[in-house]
Design a protein around this ligand. Structure first.
Ligand code: F6R
Length: 357
């Protein structure tokens, strides 16, 4: 039940710190160490390449997962949109493992790929929020998201739970391979949960940003570099699906290769800056759009923040920033939709699980 909340989406955004803390408990052994079913870890480490297959928000979580797994467990990862994979199958490696990411576990596009890769004899792991769902039953292995039911059509807590599970998987796989990581993922996820809480307490700021930038605009651009790019794709999807504002996420360096033509006086451009190695270059991209009249909203991370930043998120481990930086984008989308009188939980033309191809 949504209790005192006006919409499930807001409740589910607020549940994110709790879900992360629950995951830390669920994926822990008796010694208190991070632990994942050994068969799953073995299947991951025996693969010569991982193929993540998903749709929409789950695909966006997969992009972040690729970064985590390649950096920590040193296994090459490809991320594919399920509906494309079905009809345009890439050349597969010798020993692939397929990872299906799906909140509902019922998405027909993803299932079609699972059926096909099973026919080809390849192993599969489903990461899902729904025990006993089709994708869970049909795959060799399952990792659960433990996020509790997600009712709002726009996915929020499932996205952050997916990334947290992928981070745990990456770190456990690395350890099993004897790779010494200099990060204590359990501890870092605890810091993430606290940071999420701080952001959930700053709703009024996001409401203000939505009012200032998005009250009447027709379109909105999001830019980011490195892992921030993946997060802005998700921020743009959230905004467009519930507020009907045309929103697009771009890699910071890519806007000038065409899309910058769309920037007019007052066009909102929301930029994420949580990564030290691209901090100056993303700010350079903001200057490019400002020179064309854009109305910039920079959301940065403590320690990398600069004078004109609109909002600064608390510092977390640089590989885990998506878990935190997505929260303001979810809230901005929520308030933009609310202010525009949209039905936040049930946007037009959309269903919670898409069971047709
Ligand atoms: C966006 C959204 C969708 C789903 C997509 C996949 O907010 O919810 O993009 O992420 O339809 O759904 P699942 O994860 O259930 O396979």
């Amino acid at each position: 039940e949504k209790g005192t909340y006006p919409y499930y989406m807001l409740k589910e955004i607020d549940e994110q710190p709790l879900v992360i803390r629950r995951l830390i408990e669920k994926y822990r052994n008796e010694q208190g160490e991070l632990a994942i079913d050994e068969d799953i870890v073995q299947a991951v480490n025996e693969a010569d390449r991982l193929y993540i297959v998903a749709c929409g928000t789950s695909y966006h979580a997969g992009l972040v997962g690729k970064q985590l797994i390649e950096n920590w467990a040193k296994i090459p990862v490809e991320v594919h949109i399920a509906s494309e994979f079905s009809y345009n199958m890439p050349l597969l490696s010798e020993k692939p493992l397929f990872i299906y990411i799906s909140q509902s576990g019922e998405t027909a596009d993803s299932r079609a790929v699972l059926v096909r890769t099973k026919e080809l004899g390849h192993k599969s792991l489903t990461i899902t929020n729904v025990p006993g769902s089709t994708l869970s039953r049909e795959a060799d292995y399952t990792l659960l998201l433990h996020a509790g039911p997600e009712i709002a059509v726009a996915s929020t807590k499932a996205y952050t739970a997916q990334i947290a599970v992928l981070a745990m998987l990456a770190s456990v796989a690395a350890k099993a391979k004897g790779i010494a990581l200099d990060v204590d993922v359990t501890k870092e996820l605890g810091i993430v949960a606290n940071a999420m809480e701080t952001l959930c307490d700053a709703k009024h700021e996001m409401e203000q940003i939505a009012r200032e930038y998005l009250a009447t605009t027709r379109n909105c651009f999001f830019i980011g570099r490195a892992v921030d790019y993946y997060v802005v794709l998700e921020g743009a999807l959230k905004l467009k699906e519930i507020s009907y504002i045309q929103a697009e996420g771009f890699a910071g360096g890519e806007l000038k290769h065409g899309t910058i033509a769309l920037i007019e006086n007052g066009t909102p451009v929301i930029a994420l800056a949580t990564q030290e190695h691209v901090n100056l270059s993303i700010r350079g991209n903001v200057k490019e759009v400002v020179a064309r009249g854009a109305n910039p909203c920079i959301i940065s991370m403590k320690g990398l923040d600069m004078e004109d930043d609109r909002f600064v998120i608390p510092a977390v481990h640089p590989m885990l920033t998506p878990l935190v930086s997505v929260v303001p984008l979810q809230l901005i989308a929520y308030y933009a939709a609310l202010h525009r009188g949209c039905d936040v939980d049930k946007p037009r033309n959309l269903a919670k699980s898409v069971t047709v191809e």
